[in-house]
Design a protein around this ligand. Sequence first.
Ligand SMILES: [Zn+2]
Length: 384
Amino acid sequence: MGVQIPNVTAENKGERGNKYRFRIVGNAADFYTLSFRFSSLRTLSMTPDDQFTAPLFAGVDVGGTNVKVGLVDDRGKIVADTKFPTSPGESPDIAILQALEEFKALIEPSGFQWSDVAAAGLGTPGPMDIHRGVILTPTNLPGWHNFPVQGKLAEVLGKPVTYANDAGAAAFGEFWVGGGQQHSSMVMITLGTGVGGGIIIDDLSVDGANSHGAEIGHIVIDTRDDARICGCGQAGHLEAYASATALVERTREAMGNPDAGTVLRNLIGETSPLSALMVATAADEGDALAMKLVSETAVYLGRGIAQLAHLIDPAAFILGGAMNFGGADSPLGVKFLNEVKAEVRRLVFPVLGERLVLNFAKLGSEAGFVGAAGLARSQYNRTR
Ligand SMILES: [Zn+2]
């Protein structure tokens, strides 16, 4: 009896870090089921790094200032991208039509056809109703209120569209090809004007029943009567302590203290408004008060992360956003990260502290459209 060459079928159970089930069929009596755990899909790919892999996915990231659009290949590589001003007071129809024009301009020199684009992903600021595809009342987009943005984009692009919160889309970008790439689950916390976030578990973004599933900025870290008031109007939320806005407010209050450092005072001067970047610069130059304020920010953030660690126990936490104190390449950024870790470890079960992974994000402003495209890809792979 001759040896039969096995038929090997791979069943994609998700993305990196997940189980891939191989059914190997030899002769009729043999039936093996083997499970492997791959660190990355890339280990299976033979495509050279300078080539793109079809199908492509289109990502749209709507912000208050710009709409970023990009074409991303099947492995998360950016084929082409661009951006245009949002015109926040105008009807979103205009931006959606412009997105189509930009995509046409991007696809032409790429060597691909529009038919190579399998699906599109869209990220917008909230509040939103993800399940109905409607953007509700974002404060920085007054012309977009209560607009069925998902359906309209799908109609204009002629592609299925996956809809996500902008912070969730950015989180998915980091999960797919950024700081969370090696992990099967991830929580991203974005420190900027506010505190945003995304929770990704096995290729799925946790949006929640009411599209508020990852409002990390609004978890309660202070229940005292005199807790700080958040931008949302409620008291004691993480955003009221750890956002750039909160850092500026806390700094302003601390400047009344006679111990306030001279570096910070000199930086602020007479006219320039106080900013989180100024506090970071002063801390970098050794200003004691600025350093203290940065360390306190780390403690507040650590308290928030400790709650998330107990609730979700993700494989990694990723810190994104503009307020990164110089990030991984700066001594201040590294010090900040270590202080956050120390506070988390002080508050969580020992095993969670020992295995804590907390890193800075890697993608920068590309994360939103890359992640939107990635979410579209996940949905496409699940449904086809
Ligand atoms: Zn809040």
